[in-house]
Design a protein around this ligand. Sequence first.
Ligand code: SPD
Length: 392
Amino acid sequence: MNTKQLLAMAAGTLLLAACGNQGADTSKATTSAAQPATSAASVQASSGADEPKVLNFYNWPDYMPEHLLADFEKETGIKVNYQNYESNEMLNAKLVAGNSGYDLVVPGSVFAKTQIEAGLLRKLDKAQIPNYKNLDMAIMSKLDKVDPGNDYIIPWGWGYVTVAINKKAVEKALAGTPMPENAWDLVFNPTYTSKLKSCGIAYLDTPSEILPSALRYIGKPAYSADVADYKAAGEMLAKVRPDVRIFSSTMIDDLSSGKACAAIGWSGDINIARHRAVENQSDIEIEALVPSTGAIIFFDTLAIPKDAKHPGNAQKFIDFFLRPENSASLTNEISYPTANAAAKAHVKPEMASDATTFLSDADMEKMVSPESFTNEAREAMNNVFTEFKKGK
Ligand code: SPD
């Protein structure tokens, strides 16, 4: 997405808000659109005792355990309007435009850093979140780098951007060529992509998901501030562009249906695809590879927009989610690892022992921790990605 598209999206959001829509996409809401309350925003989220019983929640697709929202509504009487977005860029545009109408959002930590610095998020009142104590402090110390003091964001799920394969289809398309030592070669090296194009290569359709991995592949820092590095990554990507068939906001359907045999996707969504293929009783075997050279790790986080109208209700949901059994349901049902240490005892053994879900210490060592992009880097990244997509 280039700068013009981002501005257009932000302008669209402003228009919706001006029309009184509050950014609500009612087509995806689980319940009717909220009427935001008029209480003034305070620096810190309130207890929610005086708020209308409404929570406007904006999250990624395929990222909500089945009964969680209904259980929360039943217990608290707070009605949840639940809607989805497909990329950090989409959420960011809404937050930058303001007046989104959302009370709880799930930015990736790479974007959250800039959002905190820009004053777009509201400081949490940890006294209202007694289950905060359940969080894994090793993960909180990683998040401390983007949110000093852990004041604004709470981990929801985490994972890494990696290479997925449909094992049999890839083996067939490689026709005797051994698998590369570095899994990234499957999607970035023409020697492999020229073979795999016959069974379908898919990329995530977002600059901030592809460019950091591409930069790292060519030996540059994943969050480089040097515009020339992005150009170099664009040159590498241009060589494989003719072989990339699909750009998609998630790999779940492309992989589980057999439309793609190799993909760049999120570890959790790849594992959802793996389980779905099994449920469908197909003979497709999906695998999330853990590249020998590592991958970019991400943390998706619960955050309250600065202008949220129901911040207390948002905090109530955060505390509800941090109950061990509720956090564990994100892993058990959605295949994303939890950052709740107390939840580990509730994670199904087959999920707890899955080395592509909870990474081993050795694999974790190879991962690149979240940083953030400068404005120049973000613009370069968006431009390179737009050119890459056009340049078939
Ligand atoms: N189905 C849930 C998808 C969540 C993906 N968030 C990834 C952000 C990585 N930067």
